[in-house]
Design a protein around this ligand. Structure first.
Ligand SMILES: Cc1cc2nc3c(=O)[nH]c(=O)nc-3n(C[C@H](O)[C@H](O)[C@H](O)COP(=O)(O)OP(=O)(O)OC[C@H]3O[C@@H](n4cnc5c(N)ncnc54)[C@H](O)[C@@H]3O)c2cc1C
Length: 591
């Protein structure tokens, strides 16, 4: 017999006094109370005034309509335990009996919400908090990660551990800065604990937001059983069925596992497991040279692992210009990371965490790489399969992403998609902007996803950041640009911190407006934000060139960077004009 204790939420028809359901209450009333009890207890919904005082005893096989609901006669001890919460007694429920009954009741009468959000990703949670604060009855269904992937398994955990790796690197090179360290040891259990503590804090922050906004967070896996109707398999057991007037899908993506013989059986790490290791693999093989693979590869190298990156394309960071990718490769080489490009993975043998070998086909012939662990970072797959979308009229594209228009509306009226599952660029700040677009349009606005200027940063060391077009993209689109480059070492700030790798690269259009800016170098993400502001304002590049910028900062490099823009009329066309040397005499403090 499964017994369970918890708090109970009161049914709708109760008075403001602690509620007692009696055997002689009308049947419908008893159903309401019992179902509310189960829900309230499972979701730990204990907000003072909403809680009734009930003690329930149900016979194991009882269906709800026959259930005996008894008075709270013998629960004095339990009541005492829960005394701090006003108006609450404990309840003891025969879970199996009441769960069956509750499910039966749920299926016949779905709970009505104004707003239903499936998946508590970045955009979805903000939307839920917004609608709940506006007084609309809102539920968010989340199967595992409170707050979505960014705070739990993606952005913030990776940046947290990457920072630990940076500290390790600094300490290893401490003598260059005049600090003498006898020996360096990495404690991966501590690295992980620091990350876990951060995540715990973030989860608490999210729960606080749910509570403050009034949005109900329901922990369970959601699946559509009819248009705008979700069945939730609750993590604590049982089922709820909810319908929403407006439905928002924010289900995200997961790591794709390429169809390579033996790979799945090898139990490869994805970003989730790689960010929760309490050891540094002796030899980590990374499948995929995109942002996720590169960030984690370098972090583990700095934690002491030997690292090999296998990339099937001809360059790392496939969406960047070749000169940018070459610089990343050079930096990684200097870190002692082996990079294999244009390498096709044919077969994987062994088990990640023990011994694993990867058979590759390269231009110079087949070869086998033997390692201890393998990490798959080879793209993402949307979490849209198996959730009943075919019952809802929500269409998917060929890759499984939800088809949306520029207002993020799906093909089913009253259903929107947000973030990665909607095919939006795969960044937290974009998912957040998706929320803002929907929020404003619901209030009568006319915002769209068209022509969004989306910056991003890969948090390698040094970081790589970009806003706007790359040179290759401009060439593909036939846009005439002037290109200016400046080596990072020309920025005087680098002399003070001893970090001089990388460069800045700007694309300027015929009308002197900035079309794109890429930087590899210290604080690249922050410098890119400065250029982004100029782009948003539609400023000519000369305004940045002539601005007075703080000395000595990395942003100060924008002065000489934009001084290097070729003169209009002399150099036009979709070409690359490498700029040799620098004009750092435009920086103050220069000899
Ligand atoms: C390793 C890594 C590092 C990254 N670093 C950065 C970074 O530094 N900066 C950046 O901007 N972006 C980064 N990203 C991308 C970023 O994490 C995402 O773009 C961002 O979190 C937005 O995701 P989302 O809103 O689309 O959905 P998510 O945040 O992924 O949320 C989807 C949620 O839906 C839930 N869910 C799915 N299906 C169901 C279901 N059927 N029932 C209930 N719940 C369900 C999932 O559990 C999940 O919590 C990184 C990604 C990875 C993999």
């Amino acid at each position: 017999m499964e017994n369970w204790e918890g708090h109970a939420a009161r049914g709708n028809r109760t008075s403001t006094h602690p509620h007692i359901a009696k055997d002689n209450e009308p049947e419908q009333f008893r159903q309401d109370v019992a179902v509310a009890l189960v829900r309230g207890a499972r979701s730990r919904r204990t907000s003072g005034a909403e809680i009734g005082a009930i003690h329930l005893e149900l016979a194991p096989a009882a269906l709800l309509k026959h259930a005996a609901i008894s008075l709270p006669a013998q629960s004095a001890g339990d009541m005492a335990r829960h005394a701090p919460v006003a108006g609450v007694e404990s309840i003891r429920i025969n879970v199996r009996g009441i769960r069956d009954a509750a499910v039966e009741a749920d299926m016949s009468r779905p709970e009505q919400f104004d707003v239903l959000v499936l998946g508590s990703g970045e955009g979805g949670k903000y939307l839920a908090w917004h609608t709940a604060r506006a007084g609309r009855r809102t539920a968010v269904v989340e199967r595992r990660w409170i707050g979505g992937s960014c705070p739990n398994i993606n952005c913030l955990p990776s940046k947290n551990e990457i920072w630990s790796a940076k500290v390790a690197d600094l300490v290893r090179h401490a003598d260059q800065f005049g600090t003498v360290v006898d020996s360096v040891a990495i404690d991966m259990a501590k690295v992980r604990q620091r990350k876990r503590d951060m995540v715990d804090g973030l989860i608490a922050m999210h729960l606080e937001n749910y509570k403050a906004s009034g949005a109900e967070l329901i922990m369970g896996a959601g699946q559509f059983v009819a248009p705008k109707t979700l069945e939730i398999h609750l993590n604590d057991g049982g089922t709820r069925v909810l319908t929403g007037g407006q439905v928002f899908l924010n289900v995200g993506t997961h790591a794709a596992i390429p169809d390579v013989a033996g790979l799945d059986a090898a139990g490869p790490l994805t970003n989730i497991e790689a960010l929760d290791l309490d050891y540094a693999p002796s030899h980590l093989i990374v499948l995929g040279g995109g942002y996720v693979g590169l960030e984690l590869a370098q972090a583990y190298r700095r934690f002491g692992s030997r690292v090999t990156i296998i990339e099937h394309g001809p360059q790392l960071a496939g969406r960047e210009d070749p000169d940018v990718a070459d610089e990343v490769r050079r930096i990684f080489g200097a870190d002692g990371i082996e990079v294999l490009l244009s390498a096709e993975t044919l077969r994987v043998q062994g088990r990640s965490g023990a011994e694993v070998s990867v058979l590759l086909r390269t231009a110079s012939g087949d070869r086998t790489i033997d390692g201890s662990d393998i990490l798959v970072a080879a793209g993402r797959t949307p979490n849209t399969a198996g959730i009943g979308l075919e019952l809802t009229g929500v269409e998917l594209d060929a890759k499984g992403y939800i088809r949306v228009n520029e207002r993020l509306e799906s093909s089913s009226p009253g259903v929107w998609a947000i973030g990665e599952c909607a095919g939006s660029p795969q960044f937290t700040h974009v998912s957040f902007d998706d929320f803002r677009i929907i929020r404003d349009n619901l209030a009568g606005g006319q915002r769209t996803t068209r022509d969004r200027l989306v910056p991003y940063c890969m948090f390698t060391d040094p970081p790589l950041a970009r806003v706007g077009s790359s040179e290759r993209e401009a060439q593909r689109q036939g846009i005439a640009v002037r290109v200016a480059k400046l080596p990072t070492r020309a920025v005087l700030r680098t002399r003070t911190i001893g970090e001089s790798q990388g460069f800045m690269k700007a694309l300027v259009g015929a009308d002197d407006r900035i079309l794109g800016f890429t930087m590899i170098g210290p604080d690249a993400g922050e410098v890119v934000a400065t250029v982004q502001m100029a782009m948003l304002a539609g400023l000519p590049y000369q305004d940045l060139r002539d601005a007075i910028l703080t000395h000595p900062t990395m942003a100060e490099g924008l002065g000489p960077q934009f001084t290097n823009v070729p003169i209009k009329g002399v150099l036009q066309g979709a070409h690359h004009f490498p700029v040799s040397g620098t004009r750092n005499a435009t920086q103050p403090g220069c000899p």
